[in-house]
Design a protein around this ligand. Structure first.
Ligand code: FB9
Length: 500
């Protein structure tokens, strides 16, 4: 319709002088007229010349100044010659404004008027009393805005001053003037997009007009599956473990007994972490009944009276406590099972890793949910020391792109010594806690049956923390859980951990 209107007008007229005026005369939107002109110009049916007009638009605040006077003049006129208490001034200014103006607008006009009148040194304030500093003022701002509204020229300095007060903004209008082009015709054949059988059969192909290919057109977005950022970071970290010779541990049991999750790790039964405020215990089935009885006895003994150089905790260890089922609070429960299994046969050194969900009944906030994915690595070998632990941590974290590490003594019930791990994050310009580590205690390893000279070094971190930092996500609910925006999954970039 727009193309026909343009071509039809040029049949009896020399030109379309202004596409904006033309669109109003024809009752067709200017955007449609512009698109039609561009298309006709592209095929030489018309010749289009750019028109550009600049127009200053008044803001709502400026329009109220044109009606009621500028804020500073309203404020000045509200101050009587004998002065007035500041507390009463706003009431007087408001009384000069229309009643239907909302309170927020009135308050804005008062605040701006006060600031400008003080800046102009029209008023003064002493002991909460406002007084006039000049006898008379002119409302230059209102006059300038009326000039602009009438399309009259205004000096550059005045324009800048009004722009700085956000009273005016520049509107740039672009349009075309149009004349007949070399290929002008009054009616335009619909451009064909493909050469088809009919064109060839009916000899039309000779003078068909084909639509131009738009090589810049974006292809249809491909729908399909996308990998979640957590999964992508997990894959990268798995590759690092595998490159370092680690084997994955079977973590396909969220439900665990308190025995494997706590007791076997020498975590005392009265430890606060074993309280239902920190741990999710199961109602059904509430207890386990399959535990390696001989090993359980050794664990009971080490808790009550120690052994292997330890004096134990000296409390009455209860089997029913160990039988309680829970959602594992750490993947170290799996590490314990793996080390116990390793101790049942002739000892061979092992490197194990796991990355899977763990559950903690803790207060949730922007960076913590009641569950997270724990990353854990361990090395079990003869004669390992803290030096080996530091070495493997330097190697592991450098592969994630964190080479500047610091270690801080820490406490874990099942490791001694233990260290918190920190790295200097160049992006965040600060030291970031990146994990925890330690050497499993003899009270944990010896009851399993591992030889006296075998040590285990281990460390852990979360999958969510590095993922949130790498993908710039500051609320864990935007990463994990039922409120995740699936488009985040579709648009997030590939994961490239610092490859050292
Ligand atoms: O992941 C953690 N921080 C982290 C890790 C990587 C990272 O990479 C960025 C790209 C640069 C950034 C941050 N942390 C461990 C440290 C803190 O976030 C901490 O506040 C939260 N921790 C979790 C536990 O909190 C309930 C992270 C989680 C954690 C802590 C300890 C272990 C595992 C996970 C462990 C262990 C362990 C210790 C000894 C032996 C075996 C396992």
């Amino acid at each position: 319709m727009a193309q026909e209107a343009v071509l039809g007008h040029l049949e009896h007229n020399q030109e379309i002088a202004d596409s904006g005026v033309f669109s109003q005369e024809k009752g067709i939107s200017h955007d449609e007229i512009v698109n039609a002109i561009k298309s006709l110009n592209g095929f030489g049916l018309v010749i289009a010349s750019d028109i550009k007009r600049e127009k200053w638009l008044l803001s709502e605040e400026a329009q109220s100044y044109v009606k009621y006077g500028s804020a500073e003049v309203l404020l000045f006129e509200a101050v009587p010659a004998e002065g007035i208490a500041k507390a009463k001034l706003q009431e007087i200014v408001n009384s000069k404004l229309p009643v239907d103006l909302d309170d927020k607008a009135k308050s804005l006009i008062y605040d701006k008027g006060w600031a400008q009148a003080m800046k102009n040194k029209w008023i003064g304030l002493a002991d909460s009393q406002v007084s006039r500093k000049v006898e008379h003022v002119e409302d230059k701002v209102k006059d300038l805005l009326i000039q602009i509204q009438n399309g009259e020229a205004v000096g550059a300095k005045d324009i800048d001053a009004l722009k700085r007060r956000r009273l005016i903004s520049l509107q740039i209008w672009k349009g075309f003037s149009v004349m007949k082009g070399p290929n002008y015709t009054t009616t335009r054949k619909k451009a064909a997009t493909d050469l088809v059988r009919d064109h060839l059969q009916r000899d039309e192909w000779k003078d068909i007009e084909f639509k131009e290919y738009n090589f810049l057109a974006k292809g249809q977005p491909t729908e399909g599956g996308c990998l979640h950022p957590l999964y992508k970071v997990k894959q990268q970290i798995q590759m690092i473990f595998l490159q370092m010779g680690f084997e994955e541990m079977p973590t396909n049991n969220y439900v665990e007994s308190s025995f494997w999750n706590f007791d076997a790790l020498f975590q005392p039964q009265q430890h606060p972490a074993r309280d239902s405020h920190d741990t999710f215990f199961l109602k059904v089935p509430s207890t386990t009944n399959i535990l390696p009885e001989e090993y359980v006895e050794r664990v009971k003994t080490v808790h009550e009276s120690g052994g292997y150089g330890s004096r134990g905790y000296g409390y009455d260890w209860k089997r029913e406590e160990a039988n309680k089922n829970l959602l594992r609070t750490h993947t170290t429960a799996v590490s314990t099972r793996m080390l116990y299994a390793l101790a049942q046969g002739p000892f061979t050194p092992k490197r194990y890793y796991s990355i899977d969900r763990v559950f903690r009944n803790e207060a949730v906030d922007r960076t913590h949910l009641a569950e997270f994915h724990q990353i854990e690595g361990l090395i079990c070998d003869r004669g390992l020391s803290l030096g080996h632990l530091r070495g493997v941590l330097e190697d592991f974290f450098s592969r994630i792109g964190m080479s500047k590490l610091k270690f801080k003594p820490a406490y874990n019930p099942y490791t001694e010594p233990s260290m918190e791990i920190f790295s200097y994050h160049e992006g965040l310009k600060k030291w970031v806690e990146i994990g925890n580590s330690g050497m499993f205690r003899p009270e944990m390893l010896r009851p399993m049956g591992l030889p006296e000279d075998v040590q285990v070094i281990a460390w852990g971190l979360s999958l969510e923390r590095p993922t949130m930092i790498l993908y710039g996500i500051d609320n864990i609910r935007d990463l994990f859980g039922h409120k995740v925006d699936l488009s985040l999954t579709k648009r997030n970039p590939i994961c490239r951990l610092g490859l050292n």
